[in-house]
Ligand binder design. Sequence first.
Ligand SMILES: NC(=O)c1ccc[n+]([C@@H]2O[C@H](COP(=O)([O-])OP(=O)(O)OC[C@H]3O[C@@H](n4cnc5c(N)ncnc54)[C@H](O)[C@@H]3O)[C@@H](O)[C@H]2O)c1
Ligand SMILES: [Zn+2]
Ligand SMILES: [Zn+2]
Length: 395
Amino acid sequence: MKAVVYHGIGDVRIDDVPEPKIEAPNDAIVRTTASAICGTDLHFVRGSFEGMQEGQTVGHEAVGIVEETGRDCRNLKAGDRVVVGSTIGCGTCSYCRASYYSKCNDANPVNPKNTAFFGGPKDSGNIKGLQAEYARIPFANVGAVKLPDSVSDDDAIVLSDIFPTAYFAADMASIKPGHLVVVLGCGSVGQLVIASAKLFDAGRIIAIDCVENRLEMAAKQGAETINFMSEDPVEAIASLTGGTGADCVIDAVGIDAYGRGGPPNDGFAPGDKPSQALEWAVEIVAKAGHISLVGVYPPAQTTFPIGKAFGKNVTLRMGDCPHRRYLPMLVRLAADGTISPSKLLTKQEPIEDAVSAYQSFSKHEPGWLKVELLPPAQLQGHGNGTAHAERLVTA
Ligand SMILES: NC(=O)c1ccc[n+]([C@@H]2O[C@H](COP(=O)([O-])OP(=O)(O)OC[C@H]3O[C@@H](n4cnc5c(N)ncnc54)[C@H](O)[C@@H]3O)[C@@H](O)[C@H]2O)c1
Ligand SMILES: [Zn+2]
Ligand SMILES: [Zn+2]
C-alpha cells in the first residue's frame, strides 16, 4: 500500500509499505478515506522535534472504514465509518478513566511516561502513522469514534486532531463569557481556537500572526487581528486593551516560532525564535490571567520567561490533547450544524502528491492552511485549491 514515510530531516517520500495486521485484541484495521497534514508533522520534518526514526509512516489524523477488528474490539465492526483520535488511550487505566487519555499508562509500548500517538518519534510509541491507505488503530474500541451519516469525511478529518486540540486549549485557558482572549498563531489550530473561544462565549478575540491570508481568515471569523511584522504585538495589545492585557492567551504556534522578521521562507527551515510565542504570551496576559499552550514544545526546550510570569500571578496550562475527551461532543456539534469543520480545509490533494503538499504547507503558501490527503477512490467530486475561509461556528 502507499504511505507517506519519513526518511530524514526535510525528506518525506511516498513509499510502498506492507499493509498493517491485527497485533493486539483491541486493534482495528481501518481503510483511510481521508488523512491530513498538521503543523506537528512539520516539526518532525523540519527536525525541530527530534527522535523520528527513518522508515516511520507519518500522520496522526484520519477518517476511515473499519476493515477488521481484534477479538476484544467489541463495539466496532467491519464497515463502520470512524474518526480516529490522534492520541491513543487504553480506556481502562486511571488517567483514561479521568478522561486524560493522552496521559494513558498503557498505550505507549516504548515509554509509558510519554503520550502515545500515531506517526511520531520513537518515544511516542513508534506507532505507524495514518497518512497511508490502511492503518492499525491500537485500542480502537476507545479511540475510534463512529460517525453519523450527517457528518462528512471532510468535517470529520478536522475533528481527528485539531478541533479537539483547539477546544482543549480554550478549556485550559478557562475562557468565561466576556473574557478577552488572545490567540497566537493563525494556522489551522489557531483558527479553531478562535472558533472554540466563540463556543465559550469570549467577549473579544484578538489573533496574532504574520501570514496575511491567515489573518484574513481569522478576521472573517470575527477576530480582531494583528500582523506582528507590521506592528509590535505587545504594544498593540496594550493599546487595544487600555493597558489591561488579555484574560486568556493561547499559544497555537509552538517551537517553530518566528520573531518580528517573519518566516525564514526556506522550505523546511525551522522557526528561528523558539520561545517567541511564549515571551509574547507572558507580556500580553493580564495580571492573574491564564496562558494555555497547545503549540508543541519538545523535551529539549527549556526557555520560559518564568520571572515575568511569576510577577503576574499567571496560571499556565499546557500539553497534548486528550482527544477522546472532546471527540464525541464535537461530532455532535458537527451533526447539529453548530460547527462546520470542513470549511477549514483549503486543499484536497491526492496522497501521491503529499511531498509537494508538505513543501507548500511548510512555506505557508497562500491557500495552504489545511491540507486533506485523499486516496484515489475518494478524489472524485473534490475540487482542488478551494479556500473556503468561512465561519467555522455559526454565531
Ligand atoms: N497539543 C496538541 O495536542 C497539539 C495538537 C495538534 C497541533 N499542535 C500544535 O499546534 C501548533 C499549530 O499547528 P498548526 O497546524 O496550526 O501549524 P501551522 O504551522 O500551520 O501554523 C503555525 C502558525 O504560527 C504562526 N507563527 C509563527 N511564529 C509566530 C509568533 N511568534 N507569533 C504568532 N504566530 C506565529 C505561523 O505564521 C503559522 O501561521 C503546532 O505547534 C502543532 O504542533 C498541538
Ligand atoms: Zn495534527
Ligand atoms: Zn489508559
